[in-house]
Design a protein around this ligand. Structure first.
Ligand SMILES: *[C@@H]1O[C@H](CO)[C@@H](O)[C@H](O)[C@H]1NC(C)=O
Ligand SMILES: *[C@@H]1O[C@H](CO)[C@@H](O)[C@H](O)[C@H]1NC(C)=O
Ligand SMILES: *[C@@H]1O[C@H](CO)[C@@H](O)[C@H](O)[C@H]1NC(C)=O
Ligand SMILES: *[C@@H]1O[C@H](CO)[C@@H](O)[C@H](O)[C@H]1NC(C)=O
Ligand SMILES: *[C@@H]1O[C@H](CO)[C@@H](O)[C@H](O)[C@H]1NC(C)=O
Ligand SMILES: *[C@@H]1O[C@H](CO)[C@@H](O)[C@H](O)[C@H]1NC(C)=O
Ligand SMILES: *[C@@H]1O[C@H](CO)[C@@H](O)[C@H](O)[C@H]1NC(C)=O
Ligand SMILES: *[C@@H]1O[C@H](CO)[C@@H](O)[C@H](O)[C@H]1NC(C)=O
Length: 762
């Protein structure tokens, strides 16, 4: 797994190198290090002597430790840094939560093991951000608060216990509480008082938690990650946001008189900060770079910025000019905003002011003009239609089905070519309230066709000309596919610049939303439902891998690309990202790596060759997500725990993989089934594609597990081994062919191959 992390890391570094090569605003002082790992370190921050601002107010000197495990560790005052922003004037550091654990009698058991839970920023360039942080007390009953440098109370809150803990976790005073903090806080020393009401009633203390925590935390992070902090009893770190500024003087007007004024670049501006004394610098409008360095702000060449100007563009210092070409007029800042100067329209304007007789003439003119505009529109539509491979598609459709030969509106095997007008009408002109979702590849709208059937319409992003031919080829194949677990492609529209696709509408959203969306899948969703969703998706992929030659690969399997209908039947979608397996070298090289972090096959990252086994890897991650109900990437805890796959592999090595599973899964799954599914997952996420099973085998094994779980011996709970023996004998004695459920012994159903060993790299 480390290999994968390194590869991803390398890609990110490569990417930022490429980005840096395009525009080169300076970052650090000349001769100083500008990055540590993937964090950019811009001056006034710096690593090493002479590289940071030194004005007797410490806080800009950072340390970068390359000697440990990758990525290197960037610290300020010994606290690890997670991010550094020039724009917002913020740095994010990690701080350990203060922990105290108690036994059932209320006696103290243990607390933090050696980690620092307080932070003294007095006299530094930093203050705790009052807008981005909050104080949180976890566990109950507890009063969590913090004091300032002199021991005075600053902010705190009380968390009480309630009998029923069935509620979904929310930090509102029961089991967890939060409190805002004032501005200008420079000292944080967390405290706890664990029995705020010694003579309390049961209402406050029933169902106490063993461990209590107090910590200051980035609000946004806490809002999304707090569920992972529930019921913990170990130490953890949380991100805290600090506001930095140049604080050796109070404000810009004083600072600009001083020799050590920090805003060094000519094209820079100074702004007073709101939290505490001090100021920060910014490049003036039209410039970018580092305002704290001599000549640090450089002119932005707006003409190179996409979507800025579609006419004749000229860059000027700090600005640019943008005009329509001489023979055209209109708005050059929008696409196709420059229109040929229209003689008819101007004639019309002159004409309409004059007498009745002329109005007649005018209306004649108008007719001509409308007709002309209309033919213009038709021409444009026709151009797009041809450009987008409409003609090829029509030809191929004709050869597929000789029955229909009329061009547009023709249907083939249910596949229809829609006009732009049809789709405008269906989506109420692509109204914002019709948006079903946005993805990397485009926006999906809900549409209602004239026959009142509901469809999903995907408007894709720009497409390269060379891709359109492949696109039509793919579309043709997809239109032929009819599988209950694949979202059906109903048609397309080619008259617009980028083709739109019309899909069957699937009512209950994505699997991702179902798993992580709050409602839907929860700790109570049965194992069978999860296995069924997994098995159905696997069948869809197996079908796509085997039904065409060359196989149709998906290339971006993730829970967000699996939809659920009203009966929770899984339907795989977005084969738009898929490529027919490339078979020559030129194609392989031309292929950009696509996909989603956390699901990407590490081997694909290295070879750029998408194979059916890449889908198997991604699918393994999906099943893991279904069974653990954890996000594939989590930013809580140490680096190596970020990816769900590596957590799983590590836990597996330590023999503790069952702890990762969701409660319901753990309680319903017996040891054999757990062993089987673990074995299957380990093979799916193997680093080596050849060791991964085929999609068909994955589907079969998941179905096998479902059958096994339905048998009385499949259940983990309420098992009696003697009774089980009896049952086995009885069933085996009266084994009937054709009765699927009772055809197998447990071992047969699972069919664990003792010989094949897991492979995982570390
Ligand atoms: C906090 O830091 C300041 C400046 O270094 C120091 O003067 C002060 O004594 C420290 N406070 C505590 C409580 O350690
Ligand atoms: C606790 O409450 C009981 C009755 O509710 C009362 O008799 C007792 O004095 C209280 N103890 C304290 C310490 O307040
Ligand atoms: C907590 O509530 C349960 C259920 O009402 C009760 O049985 C138990 O005795 C209570 N525990 C305490 C410490 O009061
Ligand atoms: C800037 O700070 C100085 C004291 O350092 C103060 O006298 C002056 O009024 C401040 N100016 C503004 C505009 O706040
Ligand atoms: C750039 O020029 C336009 C008009 O020429 C003006 O409206 C705009 O404010 C200028 N922008 C800057 C940053 O000077
Ligand atoms: C599907 O969604 C509808 C509406 O959101 C909801 O009422 C229904 O319970 C969902 N079905 C399932 C099986 O979750
Ligand atoms: C759900 O299942 C029922 C019964 O099998 C079927 O009639 C219905 O059409 C299904 N609904 C969907 C949305 O597939
Ligand atoms: C990281 O993952 C391993 C394996 O699951 C686990 O033992 C360890 O406690 C995790 N650490 C944290 C801080 O979550």
């Amino acid at each position: 797994m480390a290999t994968m992390a390194t590869t991803v890391h390398l890609l990110i570094v490569l990417h930022s190198l490429v980005a840096a090569a395009v525009a080169q605003p300076p970052v650090a002082r000349p001769g100083c290090r500008g990055t540590c790992g993937d964090i950019t370190v811009p001056y006034p921050f710096g690593i090493g002597a002479g590289c940071y601002r030194d004005d007797d107010i410490p806080g800009f000197q950072l340390e970068c430790d390359d000697s440990g495990p990758s990525p290197p560790r960037l610290t300020v005052f010994g606290y690890r840094l997670a991010a550094l922003s020039m724009e917002d004037g913020e740095i994010t550091t990690y701080l350990s939560a203060r922990r105290s654990c108690y036994n059932s009698m209320g006696g103290f058991v243990d607390g933090n093991g050696g980690s620092t839970t307080d932070m003294n920023l007095s006299g530094t360039a930093h203050l705790f951000s009052s807008t981005e942080n909050q104080l949180v007390a976890l566990g109950c009953p507890t009063l969590g608060y913090f004091v300032d440098e002199y021991g005075f109370y600053v902010s705190g809150c009380v968390s009480v216990c309630q009998q029923s803990s069935e509620h979904t976790f929310s930090c509102t005073g029961v089991g967890c509480c939060q409190s805002a903090i004032p501005s200008e806080v420079n000292f944080f020393y967390p405290q706890q008082s664990n029995n705020p009401n010694p003579n309390n009633s049961v209402a406050f203390t029933n169902d106490t938690t063993p461990c209590h925590y107090v910590f200051l935390v980035e609000t946004q992070w806490f809002d999304s990650e707090s569920v992972y902090l529930n019921d913990r009893n170990d130490d953890f770190e949380v991100p805290v946001v600090l506001d930095w500024a140049v604080r050796n003087v109070d404000n810009c007007s004083t600072a600009s008189q001083m020799a050590d004024f920090a805003c060094r670049s000519v094209q820079s501006e100074c702004l007073d900060v709101v939290n505490g004394p001090g100021y920060r610098c910014y490049c003036s409008a039209g410039y970018e770079g580092n305002p704290y360095l001599d000549n640090g702000c450089i002119d932005i060449d707006e003409c190179q910025v996409e979507d800025t100007c579609y006419g004749d563009c000229a860059n000027t210092p700090g600005n640019y000019t943008c005009q329509c070409p001489p023979e055209k007029s209109g708005d050059p800042t929008v696409k196709d905003g420059c229109k040929p100067k229209d003689k008819f329209t101007s004639t019309l304007r002159v004409v309409t002011g004059v007498g009745v007789g002329v109005i007649l003439l005018g209306s004649m003119c108008c007719g001509t003009c409308l007709a002309l505009q209309k033919s213009n529109l038709i021409r444009t539509k026709k151009k797009f239609f041809e450009h987008n491979g409409g003609v090829i598609l029509q030809q191929q459709m004709r050869s597929y089905s000789s029955s229909s030969s009329t061009a547009r509106g023709a249907t083939t095997g249910g596949f229809k070519i829609f006009s732009a007008q049809d789709l405008n009408k269906a989506t109420n002109n692509f109204a914002a309230d019709r948006i079903l979702g946005r993805g990397g590849h485009g926006i999906v709208y809900k549409g209602v066709l004239p026959d009142s059937s509901v469809v999903a319409i995907k408007k894709s992003k720009m497409m390269e000309e060379a891709e359109t031919k492949e696109f039509t080829r793919e579309m043709l194949i997809l239109s032929q596919i009819n599988h209950r677990n694949i979202v059906k492609l109903l048609g397309c529209c080619l008259e617009v610049e980028v083709p739109m696709l019309v899909y069957e509408y699937v009512s209950n959203g994505t699997l991702h939303h179902y798993i992580h969306g709050g409602k839907g899948l929860d700790a109570h969703t049965s194992l069978d439902t999860r296995l069924r969703i997994g098995a159905e998706s696997a069948e869809a992929l197996a079908y796509m891998h085997t039904s065409a030659s060359p196989p149709i690969l998906h290339g971006d399997i993730k829970t967000a690309n699996i939809l659920l209908d009203g009966n929770l039947t899984a339907k795989v979608t977005d084969f738009g990202a898929s490529k027919l397996a490339p078979n020559d070298e030129a194609e392989v090289i031309a292929t950009l790596v696509q996909g989603t972090c956390g699901y990407l096959d590490p081997e694909y990252l290295m070879t750029c060759k998408l194979t059916d086994k890449s889908d198997v890897y991604s699918f393994g991650v999906v099943v893991l997500e279904l069974l653990t109900r954890k996000k594939v990437l989590s930013f809580d805890g140490p680096e190596q725990n970020r990816s769900l796959v590596s957590r799983f592999v590590m836990a597996m090595k330590a023999g503790r993989h069952d702890e990762l599973m969701d409660d319901k899964v753990r309680s319903e799954m017996g040891p054999e089934a757990l062993e089987e599914v673990t074995h299957l997952l380990m093979r799916c996420v193997s680093m080596n594609g050849e060791e991964r099973p085929g999609m068909k085998e994955v589907a079969e094994r998941l179905q096998g597990l479902r059958r096994y779980q339905r048998l009385p011996w499949g259940q983990a709970s309420g098992r009696d081994s003697e009774q089980e023996e009896e049952e086995n004998k009885r069933l085996l004695g009266t084994r009937r062919q054709g009765d699927v459920d009772y055809k197998f012994k447990p071992r047969d159903v699972l069919h664990i191959e003792g010989a094949s060993a897991y492979t995982y790299s570390s």
